[in-house]
Design a protein around this ligand. Structure first.
Ligand code: C5P
Length: 294
């Protein structure tokens, strides 16, 4: 079974409150893009889950048993009471620790692929509930990828998804990863929660953003792009802010950080403009990828 695991960017991300369990409630637009990892899963005769990761994205390797793919496969075998006898190969094209959801997407795709190998009906409500429960335990972003929506507004910890069906022409997207690792937990620890009045204003903006995306007309994304976690990530790594400012200094480009960083992205309807920008970015220690929303 071969399956792709697409990356995401967050076009909007506001944190609405801190929870008693240490997590934060958020409202965020998740949008899938054409950058993807590839996952291949086969049964084996070894009674163990063997994971091979091929790194094409210049990222720091994660020990196998801490890898979300391994954890997803292990949790799946326990939940459905099957032998943990699988070989999994992951080709990583999405940088890890970049806010692009690579690990979460790999995790969700592993759950979908294993369900496919077992011939489970993903539309069966009981199976769907079981898979979503595993997904939510493994990470806040995993349920979005499992839902297989191209775009959605995620709320609570990230696990509640309202699908958006974009009808507007979508811009091209240039993804830039400055090759620095930013810890999600650290960014959540140091960002500043806004006052309730500002949060309310921002959520009104989110509604307008959603309405524009759902209509057939092209519109300027610039005034709607927002990420509350930027301030925290910029403190952890000034390089991220430098990259965002570099992108924004070009006319006709709107830039934003994705998730908790460290990747930033630039949007434009002008593909040639993004390609010329791509050529300006030195290749050493910088990951740059021209993608589309899918
Ligand atoms: O769920 P995930 O493993 O991706 O979260 C990593 C860390 O990010 C959590 O341990 C938590 O500190 C923080 N986080 C948060 N609120 C969220 C998502 C993540 O505080 N909604």
């Amino acid at each position: 079974m071969k399956i792709k695991a697409f990356a995401k960017v967050n076009l909007f991300l506001e944190i609405t409150s801190k929870r008693k369990d240490g997590y934060h409630n958020l409202k965020s637009i998740f949008a899938r893009i054409s950058l993807a990892d590839e996952i291949e899963i086969k049964r084996n005769n070894c009674n163990e889950i063997r994971l091979l990761t091929i790194n094409k994205a210049n990222f720091t390797p994660i020990p196998n048993k801490d890898n979300l793919v391994w954890k997803a496969a292990d949790a799946f075998c326990r939940e459905f009471s099957i032998k943990p006898a699988f070989d999994i190969k992951v080709v990583k094209n999405i940088p890890a620790g970049a806010g692009l959801g690579g690990g979460s997407s790999d995790c969700a795709s592993t759950l979908r692929a294993m369900a496919g190998i077992l011939g489970l009906n993903l539309r069966d409500k009981k199976i769907e509930r079981k898979l979503f429960s595993i997904a939510a335990q493994l990470g806040s972003d995993v349920p979005f990828f499992l839902s297989n929506n191209s775009m959605g507004i995620c709320s609570l910890r990230g696990e509640k998804i309202k699908p958006i069906h974009p009808l507007c022409p979508m811009p091209w997207i240039l993804v830039l990863w400055p090759d620095v690792f930013v810890s999600t937990a650290e960014v959540y620890k140091i960002f500043k929660l806004a006052d309730p009045k500002d949060i309310r204003k921002n959520l009104i903006r989110l509604k307008e953003f959603e309405k524009n995306i759902s209509q057939k007309k092209a519109f300027d994304f610039t005034p709607f792009l927002f990420n509350r976690l930027e301030s925290g990530a910029f403190l952890v790594s000034p390089e991220v802010e430098k990259m965002k400012n570099f992108l924004n200094s070009h006319k006709g480009i709107s830039a934003l950080m994705s998730g908790s960083g460290s990747a930033v992205f630039a949007l434009s309807y002008d593909r040639a403009l993004l390609l010329s920008l791509k050529r300006k970015i030195p290749s050493l220690h910088k990951f740059v990828f021209l993608a589309k929303f899918i």
